[in-house]
Design a protein around this ligand. Structure first.
Ligand SMILES: [Zn+2]
Length: 491
């Protein structure tokens, strides 16, 4: 996502182009870039240049990477960091800058140690072409003093992490960097998820479970993509919003008070289920009339009361209440499936999965203030249930049989459980059709055009969307939908 920003900064810093000319050139060269990404890239480039020029000292931009290389008999070992590089004309000081899409924030000591180490001891080298070739470092290695900082591209914020001599950097690297590199170089640790789609090893990796045809759609030679049920919901609202979320552009705060309460209820149940798997009791729930918090979510007054009433009703439908034979409990597990037919990495996060009498149960939780009604097939209304049915039917959780998919609905007035049998062929067929209807248009889309509507008013990425119609203050907030109108925040 930083490609267009880096390209524009390169033209300014290494070719001497004016900012406007550099941005027009990148626009011409990268015609296929999404208009929202282009708008962000132009903003980010200007932010960087306005906030990061050193007026008090002369630093020149460095085009080559700094490489620490060890050529061993069987392997070439190379260490470098990805960001922007600067140095004093006499070479005594080198500065490395990480870039972040949002505001500058903390980095791990291992990341800082590696960036500092390559700045302090690395040799300049051009990016190898092809990439599979080793770097060919040449020129002066190292600097006496090193600075490592981060620039937040959304607002030009700068955070200094380290300003140290080469000797100090060596000690810092020995403490924080060397061990981590050993783990990365030898590691077999596999964490499948949102990174899989861009990983070159996905074809051979044993991490994600393979289920060809899970989404029921075919893809020609399109690029591998990642999707979740939330992503499909965003897509149905607006393809541009879905895309700009996928590429992690900075978002305005997007939770209404009611949505915060829903998150808090989920977090509360996750916490109590972690501690007690003998069934929830009333005494484990928030007390009525008091504000409460769970995880990062805090709820107050009216919403604290609503949430407390919902949680009190959970006690009656807690899955661990008088449960006969339960094991393999996993709270909010991240399940990653590679649909090789759709060329999609599907990431699901059920609220709870467990085995009951040797069969898998998949439970989703929904909080709502709407009264009880039975109009739609739950598989149609909640595509996450369709995904649960399709995944259980495909044996994604393991060799034990599929038990059931459950939807727990908590209301201030009561609780309800909706059961779906993943062994019923009709339910499986319906689940697959629902998934195909949700995923088909998404898989076939390659332009992700905006679909302006009243949803734009609470879209958290509208700031980057050239189709955003702007805020119309005469429109009233749609309180019934739990939506609030916000001017996109300077997040
Ligand atoms: Zn419970």
């Amino acid at each position: 996502m930083l490609g267009p920003v880096m390209a524009a900064l390169d033209k300014v810093e290494f070719d001497g182009a004016a900012v406007g000319d550099a941005l027009s050139e990148v626009r011409r060269e990268e015609m296929s870039v999404h208009p929202g990404v282009r708008r962000y890239a132009e903003h980010a480039t200007r932010m960087y240049l306005e906030n990061c020029s050193h007026e008090d000292e002369e630093l020149r931009p460095v085009q080559e990477s700094w490489i620490v290389q060890r050529v061993l008999p069987s392997v070439v070992w190379e260490l470098y960091a990805w960001g922007r590089r600067y140095e004093a004309p006499d070479g005594g000081l080198r500065e490395f800058r990480f870039l972040r899409l949002g505001p500058a924030r903390e980095r791990s000591p291992a990341e800082i140690a590696i960036a500092a180490f390559v700045a302090a001891f690395g040799t300049p080298a051009a990016w190898p072409k092809p990439w599979s070739e080793p770097f060919q470092p040449s020129g002066r290695a190292g600097a006496k003093r090193v600075r490592v900082l981060e620039v937040g591209l959304v607002d030009g914020s700068v955070k200094l992490f380290l300003d140290a001599t080469a000797d100090d950097v060596e000690a810092y690297f020995a403490e924080h960097g060397r061990g981590r590199i050993g783990q990365i170089a030898t590691g077999e640790e596999v964490v499948p998820g949102f990174g899989c789609a861009t990983c070159k090893r996905i074809a051979v990796c044993h991490g994600p479970v393979r289920v060809p045809g899970l989404l029921g759609v075919e893809s020609g030679q399109g690029p591998l993509r990642t999707i979740s049920v939330s992503g499909l919901r965003y897509y149905r609202t607006c393809p541009a919003q879905a895309y700009l979320r996928t590429v992690h552009l900075p978002r305005a705060y997007e939770y209404s008070a009611e949505a915060e309460m829903g998150q808090a209820v989920h977090a509360w149940l996750e916490k109590v289920h972690q501690r007690h798997q003998g069934g929830c009791g009333t005494e484990m729930m928030p007390r009525p009339g008091e504000d409460w918090s769970a995880g990062e979510w805090r709820v107050r007054s009216e919403f604290a009361d609503l949430g407390a009433r919902m949680l009190a009703h959970h006690v009656k439908v807690c899955p661990f209440q008088e449960a006969p034979d339960i094991d393999s409990v996993r709270l909010e597990p991240r399940l990653t499936v590679f649909d090789t037919t759709a060329r999609a990495v599907v990431v699901a996060k059920p609220d709870l999965v467990y085995r009951e009498e040797g069969r898998w149960v998949w439970r989703e939780l929904k909080t709502t203030r709407k009264p009880r009604r039975h109009l739609l097939d739950p598989l149609e209304e909640f595509p996450q249930l369709a995904l649960g049915v399709a995944m259980l039917a495909a044996g994604v959780l393991g060799p034990s049989g599929a038990g059931r998919v459950e939807l727990e609905i908590l209301r201030p007035s009561g609780a309800e459980i909706v059961l779906i049998d993943p062994n019923d062929p009709e339910r499986v067929t319906t689940a697959r059709r629902v998934l195909r209807e949700w995923a088909g248009p998404w898989r076939a889309d390659s332009s992700f055009e905006a679909r302006p509507s009243q949803n734009c008013r609470w879209c958290p990425v509208s700031r980057w969307c050239p189709s955003y119609p702007g805020h119309h203050p005469e429109q009233k907030d749609d309180e019934e939908n739990g939506a609030v109108t916000r001017t996109p925040a300077e997040s």
